[in-house]
Design a protein around this ligand. Structure first.
Ligand code: IPE
Ligand code: IPE
Ligand code: MG
Length: 259
């Protein structure tokens, strides 16, 4: 039905009709293109990150309204420390500003905050902002807003393997008893169960790569790449991405009636 999805400007479609029964439970987004958005406006890169934060607010509410159960947002990767320190410092300050201004809206929308990543390596003020937001929203039982903060999938897998190896070394687990579930439970998405794996993974800004995000968990995710840069991403773009998702035939290796 949505075969004419225009990846360049998906929100141009004004007649998007979503099937409320088939909204992806777990949507993950690689929020990319903040720097290029700013550069195109002759602004410093951090202006793009600031605008990107406003997009996070809008898309959180939009996803919650659509009935998404888990929204995972890739906010800072284990590789992003390679950036100039001014930019890193600004990115570390963003969660503080975000939660300072947005926790009341999160509560109003019944959204619970979660975080995955090596948060112990974040500056103290960032850690406090995140942990306070988790605490303040802990009774919300609507959508989970899951930030990937100092997250990298390979590091996550190494940590997971270490955890499993320790259980084996301590005699609590036999190697033959290690299953896919054991791995699921050792990864940072374990607390999201039963929605560990994204149904839909979106990457903005025209880059078509995964950049060390959820490598195990996206085995059967539907991937949507849009040229829209994150600060320009709107509720309508999200709806268009979900419409694209709904047009896909998810076979999980099996067969469906479709030829
Ligand atoms: C995404 O935007 C935000 C982060 C990675 C923190 P970028 O900062 O990567 O923007 P581009 O890719 O340089 O345009
Ligand atoms: C991925 O974007 C990380 C986040 C969105 C947080 P990057 O901009 O860091 O990815 P690369 O460097 O283009 O692969
Ligand atoms: Mg980028």
């Amino acid at each position: 039905m949505f075969a004419f999805f225009n990846k360049n400007d998906p929100a141009d479609k004004t007649d998007v009709q979503l099937d409320p029964q088939r909204v992806p439970a777990h949507v993950a987004i690689i929020m990319d293109g903040n720097g290029r958005w700013a550069k195109a406006r002759h602004l410093p890169r951090i202006a793009g990150h600031k605008e990107g934060m406003n997009t996070v607010k809008k898309i959180t509410v939009a996803a919650s309204d659509l009935g998404v159960k888990v929204l995972t947002l890739y906010a800072f990767s284990t590789e992003n420390w390679k950036r100039p320190s001014d930019e890193v410092n600004y990115l570390m300050q963003l969660p503080v500003n975000f939660f300072d201004t947005f926790v009341p809206d999160l509560i109003k929308n019944n959204v619970r905050v979660a975080v995955m990543g090596y948060t112990d390596k974040l500056p103290a003020a960032t850690q406090k902002a995140v942990h306070d937001a988790i605490e303040d929203t802990k009774d919300c039982d609507g959508m989970v807003l899951n930030f990937a903060l100092n997250y990298g999938s390979r590091a996550e897998m190494v940590t997971g393997v270490q955890k499993i190896a320790r259980a084996v070394a301590e005699g609590q687990l036999q190697p033959a008893d290690i299953t896919e579930k054991t791995v699921d439970q050792a990864l940072m998405t374990a607390p999201l169960a039963p929605y560990n794996d994204p149904d839909l993974l979106i990457r903005t800004s025209g880059e078509e790569r995964i950049s060390n995000f959820l490598l195990w968990q996206i085995a059967y995710s539907e991937l949507v790449f849009t040229d829209v840069k994150w600060p320009d991403f709107t509720a309508a773009t999200l709806q268009a991405c979900i419409a694209d998702f709904q047009s896909r035939d998810r076979r999980f290796g099996g067969l469906t009636d479709k030829k």
